[in-house]
Design a protein around this ligand. Structure first.
Ligand code: SF4
Length: 217
């Protein structure tokens, strides 16, 4: 079976789940910290940890100067609290110097590649976190590849099986029109959660079954 095109996939996903349009949900620094908290845990847990962090400190500057153990205590709900507390503190300390007022809006004026490089220099920030900040908070055409997106695009044959998740970010940005990146990212995650599940993909009821090279009957 020929590799399906991203436009065709998107058309079918929109028909199945509805369209998704970008709306800013958080300030960039908030998005950055929330995404660090989301590593290796569920959305519910990371949001609970984020809320607790905001409730326990009077601002990002206070967290930057806090003892890591105090930060860890505030984010226990998100798992890996000690590791994430160090990442958060170190990232905020670096931001204090590089982005006064923790204001990252200047990144939207650059190219995706340059702004992502800037974010990647922060402690604890990898490709997915940097791309989430650029896409969700700044509306830039960066394509975060999480575990769902990675699995689904491999099954669809959009990327090679052996391509790393980091490299998949760049490949998906090449394959997808900039204006479609947000809806494509969000819909692939939804599809991965509801239908193209990790263990037992629901191929017989999948909206992409007719074009998917990995369909299981
Ligand atoms: S046909 Fe199966 S493997 Fe392919 S996208 Fe759908 S659920 Fe996933």
């Amino acid at each position: 079976m020929r590799k399906p095109g991203i436009k065709t996939i998107l058309f079918k996903l929109v028909a199945a789940y509805g369209d998704r349009t970008w709306q800013k949900r958080l300030e960039p620094v908030d998005e950055l910290i929330l995404t660090i908290l989301s590593q290796n845990t569920s959305d519910i847990n990371s949001r609970r940890a984020f809320k607790s962090l905001l409730e326990n400190f009077a601002g990002w500057d206070k967290i930057a100067s806090a003892e890591p153990v105090k930060i860890a205590d505030a984010i226990r709900a998100g798992g890996l609290a000690d590791v994430k507390a160090k990442y958060i503190k170190n990232a905020l300390m670096a931001l204090q110097k590089a982005a006064p007022g923790f204001d990252l809006r200047f990144l939207a004026r650059g190219k995706v590649r340059d702004s992502r490089e800037w974010l990647l220099r922060l402690p604890g920030v990898g490709m997915k976190t940097a791309s989430c900040v650029l896409l969700f908070a700044l509306g830039m055409p960066a394509f975060p590849v999480d575990t769902h997106v990675y699995r689904v695009v491999k099954r669809l044959g959009l990327i090679k099986d052996r391509l790393s998740a980091d490299a998949a970010h760049l490949e998906m940005e090449k394959l997808t029109a900039p204006g479609d990146i947000y809806r494509c990212h969000v819909l692939l995650i939804e599809h991965g959660r509801k239908t193209c599940k990790a263990q037992r993909p629901l191929c017989p009821v999948c909206c992409l079954a007719g074009i998917c090279p990995s369909r299981e009957y």
